[in-house]
Design a protein around this ligand. Structure first.
Ligand code: ADP
Ligand code: MG
Length: 437
């Protein structure tokens, strides 16, 4: 199925306008196929890979069905993590920009509950919450579910993986039976199907088969490296490409922790994300990453799922993913919104057969490359630096600095000696890092 315009979906003027402001030109396949059913009030199961716009799919449909005259709670959206709850709330706020009288509130653990209670009292029609915190509010009777007509389970697979099944079921039972139940997930599993059987009413299943999955526009490379040489290869590639924001995937929590330690000891701004971390720690790491205080985020698949950070320049498969679909989820974290991105995959020994499998699955080409040698890295970096120097000279405005050089030449240093010394200072930083190894 082709992508299609939003026009065919017959959305309200306010919604059309907000979508245009957001820069969405056409509906993604999951949006085009699921929104019509959701607008009719039908139960829906939507399955599509990460990054295909599932949030806007249920967001648009939900907001269109909210009655702004009614101040009571009408829709509950459950998300696995606080990070995602915030992200979804932000997207819904943008979508509701021109709709008057719709209040949206994220409710997640970690934020003082009193503040949420005060906000809820003002009248909120849509909440986006983590199951744990929603349960808290139910216990305190600060959420009234009797007017809820829509419930959305976003990233249902991850919520179940994280052990939220019981909470989800309790919440579902508090919501009137004639509600609309919407479930979105990147993958489908037995437990999810059980849940839909139990709580959905003749759901419309919309599944985007693998071949319809959009493979992001990412340049893909692989490197054959020995296990012990992976860290070195990673650092060289980061230095060579001068990467400011990268996401590195490892297959286990232990590998994440170990790699983060090594990278830190080499002077990189690195941090890790995996399921063992407390929610609060995960939030801290993510907000640092968003603020560019971390240049390398090392993560496991589950921890990074669903996270949408713009401007990630490269994704590294430090360990090759066990599942082809994971490969797509991973590399889809870069090259967001039409920007360029690169994916680098490390394979050890016999693992190279996985590259062939992944190529078949994704119908794309992954190009073999050699890990650059230290002298390659230095040559290329030196050239970049010299280009930069030329650029600064060409741009002019050096008056104040020229005076300083003048001062030194009066003390019997030549200007080329001064320039050489400054270059040594600037480039020295880089080479000491490498000289240590
Ligand atoms: P998913 O939940 O499927 O992983 P998201 O909802 O997080 O995906 O969407 C991924 C990105 O795509 C977001 O930055 C979102 O704003 C953007 N997006 C969503 N729908 C569209 C669209 N129709 N056109 C362009 N970009 C879109
Ligand atoms: Mg999502």
């Amino acid at each position: 199925m082709e992508n299609s315009g939003f026009k065919e979906l017959h959305l309200s003027k306010e919604m059309q306008k907000a979508i245009t402001d957001m820069g969405f030109e056409e509906a993604t396949p999951i949006q085009a196929q699921s929104i019509p059913y959701m607008l009719e009030g039908k139960d829906v199961i939507g399955q599509a890979q990460t990054g295909t716009g599932k949030t806007a799919a249920f967001g648009i449909a939900t907001l269109e069905r909210i009655d702004p005259q009614n101040r009571g709670l009408q829709a509950v959206i459950l998300c696995p993590t606080r990070e995602l709850a915030i992200q979804v709330a932000e997207e819904l706020k943008k979508l509701s920009k021109y709709k008057r009288g719709i209040e949206i509130l994220p409710v997640y653990g970690g934020q003082p509950i009193d503040r949420q209670i005060r906000a809820l009292r003002q009248g909120v029609q849509v909440i986006i919450g983590t199951p744990g915190r929603v349960m808290d509010h139910l216990d305190r009777r600060t959420l009234k579910m009797d007017g809820v007509k829509i419930i959305v389970l976003d990233e249902a697979d991850e919520m179940l993986d994280m052990g939220f099944r019981e909470d989800i079921e309790i919440i579902m039972r508090k919501i009137p039976k004639d509600r609309q139940t919407i479930l979105f997930s990147a993958t489908m599993s037995r437990p999810i199907l059980d849940l839909t059987k139990k709580y959905q009413n003749k759901p419309q299943m919309i599944k985007l088969a693998h071949k319809e999955m959009t493979v992001p526009e990412v340049e893909q490379f692989y490197f054959e490296v020995k296990q012990q040489a992976k860290t070195e290869a990673l650092c060289r590639l980061i230095d060579l490409h001068d990467l400011k924001l990268s996401l590195v995937f490892c297959n286990t929590k232990r590998r994440v922790d170990e790699l983060v330690e090594t990278l830190k000891s080499r002077g990189y701004l690195a941090d890790g994300l995996h399921g063992d971390l407390q929610q609060r720690q995960r939030d801290t790491v993510m907000s640092k990453f968003r603020r560019r205080e971390i240049e390398i985020l090392v993560a496991t698949d589950v921890a990074a799922r669903g996270i949408d950070v713009g401007d990630i320049e490269a994704v590294f498969n430090y360990d090759i993913p066990p599942d082809d679909e994971y490969y797509l989820h991973r590399i889809g974290r870069t090259a967001r919104a039409g920007k360029a991105g690169q994916a680098f995959t490390f394979v050890t020994g016999r693992e190279v057969y996985r590259i062939r499998q992944i190529q078949q699955f994704t119908k794309t080409k992954i190009i073999a490359q050699k890990v650059p040698s230290i002298s390659d890295v230095e040559d290329i970096r030196t050239n970049l630096l010299l280009e930069k120097v030329k650029g600064i000279v060409d741009a002019g405005h050096l008056g104040e600095y020229s005076n300083l050089v003048e001062k030194l030449t009066q003390e019997d240093y030549t200007s080329s000696e001064v320039a050489a010394a400054l270059l040594k200072m600037v480039m020295g930083e880089g080479s000491t890092k490498e000289a240590k190894e």
